[in-house]
Design a protein. Structure first.
Lengths: 525, 519
């Protein structure tokens, strides 16, 4: 029978196309079905009967919104079995969705065939339906690129990463050549190449794989139609594996951006070595993921940012860093505060990143201004009231100066107590009262909560959220529902290889986009 | 009309053309229906000659809002190149048969001239390696047809001047007909609106029921058993954003038209709980058969695409719900139902606008049948409404609902004698309420319901009196003390939980024991 199929991506912020849904589209179109793709809640689609609705899921902290979306379409199918939910979020936390909705939950990869329909194909072998992206006005990125994956799983078992759960076995998946041939046949040639492997450098036949990349038209400095082509290993490359030989391989293709993770202090040596080797083969621009709020401390984050500044200086490269806050695999609200961090420091990081648009610029002047020239300055910046961080200039001579005088007087022990108090007050439902009852820290608290209240030019929560610096910790703004939010990486690899790993602008461009503190993004106080 | 007599032979002036294209239909969407109708006929011929199977017939409709075009394409027989131009530009001269085909007048396909700049027909038949492309300069035609122009040309001359024929190479196996409206006027935005077109097609196109209508199987089976054919085609609508196969708009649950929804409470839904047929024992030679909904008849159905029993011939609609509503004084009663009147009498012919039937003797006879049928429906609605609204009706309905519920409860077992007494008391109360109603107040319409309620109360009473104890299921597995304890637990649960939750809990507990009804 002719079937009407609806594919839904909940309207959380995502940049990378939902490849699972695109594969389902190809699968259903091959059966002669009619396929419609929407993001979020679409009233006219809800009013129709669908023979199947598929809802994707991504990050666990977006599961509340995903559940809302599932419920929204519940009455648009004839049987709960026809409302199918899959993807990373639900694979990590199926119980959360199961308890709240009536639908068919599919966890893990659909790589064996027969999971959806008896005799159905392995969905991983199905070419994504690139044409579906043209039916929607949402700006997915990258455009005009092949989405490929050569290996599955990862050789490592990092505790902060979802890959070992989602793809427990490491190994070769399918050849690049074969994947590209299929895409070209049904959707034509593409400009760029995205390779979504979790840890491709761990596989044995790298020479062959890189030869295939070059043969496909992506050797170093390659162009097509007079435009520069690029290869993006969008899940990042494992710096520990980059020896001379692998650096040469990477030098032989037009990799851009080159993404490396610097997840903890322990890998400083191989990280430095990798950048050096890659610089030697001609790569000058890097993007770098910095995991924080895991087992690290703010000191470690600052140290790692400084290593980047040193590398820029020594090697004449530009490393643009993206600090990524760790969120546990079972977290549905992003309020996790690790033992090495405090609420105030995390919040402070958000505010700084708001001003820098999420990046750590390789420009030393910008860096010092945003994050401080020393560790002590960094910690002091993080401790400041939100508005003093975001609108630094406007508050410098007024409040910030007074605040600093008071704050510097505190002993180390008092500082710790004070930071803890700020975390407590943030959660408090009785803040006004508590502030009024304060004796100790009364003057300092006045800078955060003038008269016990939230200051008038408080941090722009909506913009924070839209920039991905969501108000995850802030109990005062629990209504995260309508604010789109960015993804926080779990380090080297985000919760799912197919999905958004953000922000992805190449370093060269990022430098021009970054502005010193109090960027255009932040409204004037 | 501007008929001029330059010669002895009558001439059709240009305004005839205008009347038949620009002036013929009231709803711009009708131009899509006309094309679908032609496609459907063409598919049926292809099936008849064995070119495709009935399942393979396909009509693809594509709305392209960036190019402002609409195309309707079928995989029917197509038209041979030698007579493509003649057959496509002739007006009112169709080769189709009155009996078998849905369209037969030969005017509908030109309706699109009213709404676009160019109307293009492209067609090819199997065995010919060419496709014929006939293009109408619709914009030019409209200008020439305009009464302001006061042209003296004949309709034929003008049509000929604005038509262009070309051929293109085509695969010999291909057979299709494709009509495309190019540069659709911005004034008829609905023609490019996916939801509008979908809603329209779901009402008029010869398509199948959707899976949301559970009684589709019953209707199909009934039709099959009584030897009536309901032809249908697969129609797919596609826009740049959406894509769907078209199905009839029927479901089994609807919002009421007058939606009294408040913040915390959704209004009760109109449920379709069955379908019935007319004539019950199959369509004799009366020319029609009807399926219509049974249900709670809570109000007029809120979905305008579905509400009201409607006319169809060869499974294509004839007029909307309003056509049938003319037959009864109070049109609203039709909207309490969903349903279709399939007219299969060959002597009933849809009129040119397809908003009604030609006034033949046969149609008049059918109309009388329909009027009687609708009066019955009206009565059904009134009875059901009385049962809900007036005091007497409410008492009767209340008694019925209570009796049904208690009877079901009793069948699944009771916990204690205490519960038995409580249920009996409730039934007595209901009975007393019924007895209080003065016989004079029981109207003719409610009489049957009143009697039924009394019977149900009696049945429920007997049921409760004979009900088994739930604990009996656990016989042999519990000693007296345990039994007493369990009984206390159940009674406490019954007292503190809402009835439905209590039943869930009770059944869960009892499921641990070997029940008589292994669930």
């Amino acid at each position: 029978m002719n079937q009407n199929i609806l594919l839904v991506e909940p309207d959380y912020r995502s940049k990378f196309p939902p490849l699972g849904l695109l594969r389902l589209s190809t699968y259903h179109k091959s059966r002669g079905d009619a396929v419609t793709f929407v993001r979020g809640k679409d009233l006219s689609c809800r009013n129709q009967n669908w023979h199947r609705i598929y809802v994707s899921s991504m990050f666990t902290w977006e599961l509340p919104r995903t559940v809302e979306t599932i419920k929204y379409y519940q009455s648009s199918v004839s049987s709960v079995n026809d409302l199918i939910v899959g993807g990373v979020g639900v694979s990590l936390l199926p119980a959360y969705v199961k308890e709240r909705t009536e639908c068919r939950i599919i966890t893990g990869l659909l790589d064996k065939g027969g999971e959806l329909d008896t005799l159905g194909p392995s969905l991983l072998s199905v070419v994504p339906d690139y044409s579906l992206l043209e039916s929607i006005s949402y700006p997915y990125f990258p455009k005009d690129a092949y989405f490929t994956k050569i290996t599955t799983g990862c050789i490592r078992k990092c505790k902060f990463c979802a890959v070992p759960i989602l793809e427990p076995l490491f190994g070769f998946g399918s050849s690049l050549q074969g994947q590209l041939a299929k895409v070209i046949k049904s959707h034509g040639e593409k400009q760029n190449l995205v390779i979504m492997d979790n840890n491709i450098l761990g596989i044995d036949d790298l020479d062959d794989i890189f030869a295939e990349i070059r043969d496909a038209g992506f050797s170093s400095k390659a162009t097509r139609n007079k435009r520069v082509r690029s290869v993006d290993f969008n899940q990042g490359l494992d710096c520990r594996l980059i020896d001379k030989q692998k650096a040469d391989l990477l030098g032989s293709i037009c990799a851009n951006p080159v993404r490396l993770a610097f997840d903890h202090d322990g890998i400083e040596k191989p990280y430095r070595a990798a950048i050096k080797r890659l610089a030697d083969v001609g790569h000058k621009e890097f993007t770098n993921f910095l995991l924080f709020n895991f087992v690290d401390k703010p000191e470690s984050l600052y140290r790692r940012m400084q290593v980047n500044m040193e590398l820029n200086n020594e090697l004449g490269v530009a490393v643009t860093a993206f600090p990524m806050r760790f969120v546990p695999m079972d977290d549905v609200n992003r309020r996790h505060i690790s033992s090495g961090w405090t609420w105030r420091y995390l919040r402070g990081m958000q505010c700084v990143l708001l001003a820098t648009r999420g990046i750590v610029s390789p420009n030393p002047v910008f860096f010092d201004h945003a994050f401080g020239g020393t560790l002590a300055e960094f910690l002091e910046i993080l401790a400041m009231p939100d508005r003093y961080i975001i609108w630094r200039k406007a508050h410098e001579t007024g409040g910030a100066e007074d605040w600093r005088k008071l704050y510097r007087k505190l002993s180390e022990e008092d500082r710790n107590d004070f930071l803890a108090l700020l975390g407590q007050l943030n959660k408090s439902r009785n803040r006004l009262q508590e502030v009024q009852n304060l004796v100790k820290f009364r003057d300092l608290i006045e800078h955060y909560y003038p008269g016990g209240k939230t200051p008038e030019n408080k941090a722009p929560e909506k913009i924070l959220a839209a920039q991905g610096l969501s108000t995850g910790y802030d109990y005062e703004f629990p209504g995260l529902g309508d604010a789109p939010s960015r993804t926080d990486s779990h380090g080297t690899v985000p919760q799912h290889p197919d999905l958004d790993i953000e922000p992805g602008f190449p370093a060269g461009r990022a430098r021009t986009q970054v502005s010193p503190l109090a960027a255009e993004a932040a409204p004037a106080p | 009309m501007m008929t001029q007599t330059q010669e002895a032979r009558p001439i059709f002036g240009v305004s005839v053309l205008e009347t038949l294209t620009v002036g013929m239909y009231t709803n711009p969407l009708d131009c899509i229906r006309e094309l679908v109708q032609n496609s459907f006929d063409s598919i049926r011929s292809a099936v008849k000659v064995g070119q495709i199977s009935a399942k393979e017939g396909r009509i693809d409709i594509v709305l392209d809002d960036s190019r402002r075009s609409i195309s309707v394409r079928d995989n029917g027989t197509g038209i041979p190149s030698e007579n493509a131009r003649a057959r496509l530009s002739n007006v009112g001269q169709s080769l189709k048969s009155l009996e078998d085909d849905i369209g037969f007048r030969g005017i509908g396909r030109l309706h699109g001239i009213a709404y676009c700049d160019r109307l293009v027909f492209k067609t090819s038949v199997a065995g010919e390696a060419v496709a014929s492309v006939v293009t109408f300069d619709a914009k030019g035609l409209r200008a020439l047809m305009s009464p302001v122009e006061r042209r003296n040309d004949t309709a034929e001359e003008i049509l000929y001047a604005c038509t262009d024929l070309a051929t293109e190479p085509e695969l010999a196996d291909e057979h299709y007909f494709e009509a495309t409206l190019i540069d659709v006027s911005g004034q008829v935005a609905q023609l490019l609106d996916f939801d509008e077109v979908y809603g329209y097609l779901s009402q008029v196109a010869p398509v199948d029921f959707d899976t949301a209508f559970y009684y589709a199987t019953k209707v199909r089976k009934w039709a099959q058993n009584h030897g009536v054919e309901v032809p249908h085609a697969s129609v797919r609508l596609k826009s740049t954003k959406k894509e769907r196969f078209v199905f009839k708009p029927y479901k089994t649950s609807y919002k009421p038209l007058r939606d009294t929804k408040t913040e915390d409470k959704e209004s009760e839904r109109i449920e379709v709980t069955d379908v019935a047929f007319y004539p019950e024992d199959g369509p004799h030679c009366n020319g029609v058969w009807i399926w219509y909904s049974k249900g709670n008849l809570l109000g007029q159905i809120g979905d305008r695409n579905a509400s009201g029993i409607r006319l169809r011939k060869q499974n294509m609609s004839v007029g909307g719900a309003s056509r049938i509503e003319e037959l009864i004084p109070e049109a609203r009663f039709n909207k309490y139902f969903i349903g279709e009147v399939h007219v299969h009498s060959q002597a009933c012919i849809p009129n040119a606008r397809r908003d009604g039937f030609e006034d033949t003797r046969e149609w008049a006879a059918i109309r009388d049948q329909l009027t009687a049928f609708l009066k019955e429906r009206e009565k059904e609605v009134r009875t059901s409404s009385n049962l809900r609204s007036d005091k007497v009706g409410k008492a009767i309905r209340g008694a019925q609902i209570t009796a049904e519920k208690i009877l079901a409860d009793a069948a699944s077992g009771i916990t204690s004698n205490q519960e038995r007494e409580k249920l009996l008391r409730t039934l007595d109360d209901q009975k007393a309420k019924l007895d209080e109603i003065a016989p004079a107040k029981i109207t003719e319409e409610l009489k049957a319901a009143y009697e039924a309620a009394l019977t149900e109360i009696t049945e429920a009473t007997t049921g409760v009196q004979n009900a088994d104890f739930v604990l009996a299921q656990a016989k042999g597995q519990l000693d007296r003390k345990q039994k007493k304890l369990l009984q206390d637990v159940l009674e406490t649960l019954r007292d503190c939980l809402p009835p439905d939750t209590f039943k869930l809990a009770r059944d869960a507990i009892m499921a641990r024991f070997d029940s008589k009804d292994p669930k």
